[in-house]
Design a binder for this molecule. Sequence first.
Ligand code: PMP
Length: 354
Amino acid sequence: MTAHIRPDLESIPAYVPGRSHPGAVKLASNETTTGPLPAASKAVAEAVELANRYPDNQSGELRAALAEFLGVTPAEVAVGCGSVALCQELVQITCGDPSDEVLFAWRSFEAYPIITQVGNATAVTVPLREHIHDLDALAAAITDRTRLVFVCNPNNPTGTAVGAAELGRFLDRVPADVLVALDEAYYEYLRIPGDHPDGVELARTRPNVVVLRTFSKAYGLAGLRVGYAVGAPEVIASLLKVHIPFSVSRVAQAAAMASLEARHELLDRTDAVIAERERMRAGLLAAGYRVPPSEANFVWIDLGASTAEFAEASAAAGVLIRPFAGEGVRVTAGDPHENDLFLRFATSADTVAR
Ligand code: PMP
């Protein structure tokens, strides 16, 4: 006889990350193609020297550095083992009953339904409209059971973003006892002149808003697992309670500190990524694909029923991309050579004709 396991786990899929394959170009997980800065590698090497000691469970130095950078107090910043851990912790601090609802648009970040179900809460989804968050429909879907709302901005996997004015109008409609998590994993790639949505600013002024950002994308530390949340001190104090002890390693904290110090160098690179993203989008549009405007480091190609076949053919051509069955593919903007390889495949007469 095997041990008893929660029966409802049978219906929960394990999170499936983008594939990698030796020799193939990987444009499947929205990573940066460049490795860590020398300063981050040096900080990692130094941190390893103390690997026999537990890390600072409170990530005190990193929280202080983030607080200074963001113009908040350390009591308004929590650090997690990737921002996905903070997503899960947000479910844990808001939901305690199976009838508690977690609301989010769909399609959006794949982890939301999984962590909701793992957290024994009920997921409520509202479809995107033309690949963009339908914030009116999202506000209308709030019930007296809604505990948490995720707004992924820019949205993964469609890349679309909502501006500050629309976001503000939405937040005005959310009851004060419902926590809104603005997931800004791709914030550093977002440019909406004149209507720039800044989750930290919103979190600072609205006690029911918490923003999530990460070192995994523009800061290039996906392999080390560190993200952060900014919100009201009461929300942050609750996050610290459910935090798995020592889950942000000494190495991750050190690399994040060094990368934050060198942020100008890293953030300068985002302009190059954006230029590549736009070049990819223009090439794909010219070949007749449906590609919504993106504010992230990837593009979405609406492919419907031909999604799986397209992704397989792309892999066979040496480029791994991320398929979402029956809907479309998400393609990360890599370096120019990698992107050329993908564009050559996608815009070849054979592929377009399929
Ligand atoms: N939120 C969104 C929208 C994401 O796309 C991702 C990464 N795929 C995450 C959160 C989690 O990032 P990490 O845990 O690496 O910080």
